[in-house]
Design a protein around this ligand. Sequence first.
Ligand SMILES: *Cc1c(COP(=O)(O)O)cnc(C)c1O
Length: 360
Amino acid sequence: MWEDLEVTLEKIENEKKKEKPSAEELGFGIHFTDHMFMMEWNRESGWHDAKICPYQDFRMDPAALVFHYGQAIFEGLKAYRGKDGQVYMFRPEDNFERMNSSAVRMCMPRLPVDKVLKSIKALLYLEKDWIPVAEGASLYIRPTMIAVEPRLGVRAADTYYFYIILSPVGAYYPEGFNPTKIYVSDEHARAAKGGVGQAKTAGNYAASLFTTQRAKKEGYTQVLWLDACEHKYIEEVGTSNIFFVIGDELVTPPLGGSILEGITRDSVLKLAEMWGVNTMERPISIDEVIQASRDGSLKEAFGTGTAAVISPVGEFYYKGETFSVNNGETGELSEKLYCELQAIQKGETEDPFQWVERVG
Ligand SMILES: *Cc1c(COP(=O)(O)O)cnc(C)c1O
């Protein structure tokens, strides 16, 4: 199996295997499995030296370009173990197509999607005992690409690493599906049109830390980002896309270059349309949302992303005032979307769009 992928396999010695965390210890992104996938790129050879090897440190030159100018991109997806014992991935090809779009924007090499998918399946098969079985738990997959050439000078690197690490993660809602409180920033922005907001690139997340810390200090979980130009139109919430139910319409901001094209966002739009929900991608101003909260037409608000799938919003803060959504309770559509998406992701229900990929 490994030979025809031209991927070498170096297994960890049995006695060096880590102890697996218990369901209570899981958390998010704390524990990592015993093996990783790794390959290198340079101009002469393209991608080469692909291997599945023990999880290990890198040796890197302190002048590596990634440390100075942030040429780094990543992805996030999950593998689930279904009740039938099978391992499932959700829309993995879309993640690697998106990674290639990020790569193009950041002047990095594109990935051979087929080959990477096969390697991920091989890695998951090897690490299948790490996929937690607890309710809501999964194995988070983090593909990453970084510029490793040592050079001080702002330009695209000539050498890169691509690697995939795996982290068993617990239920995102250990205390149940409770709505979060979010902080609307009218001062900072996540990304501007013409910038790199559409790419899953490291700097976007560094840029968000300051405002997120401020929100947390004020008792809010996430920042609701407005557009960088007028601070008027809603863009995203934390590292998730955002949806509102206003009247009988499910609305989300249109992708305009500054918004990350979420795979969960797309899945929600497709499912809701299939159910006959009136869905719209259109600009939504913060004033419209406040007005809808005041007149009672704001029925639901929720974030969408791989980590939490659906994250209901119960309250938001804007310019010294707080506004509640659905009396701080989880809305009907939010709950229905969460249950249906989880069931599809775990292979427990019909998969009308062929989103799920069985491993091994
Ligand atoms: C990853 C990400 C999302 C969600 O994308 P999914 O494919 O649904 O996980 C949304 N916004 C930002 C900024 C992100 O980085």
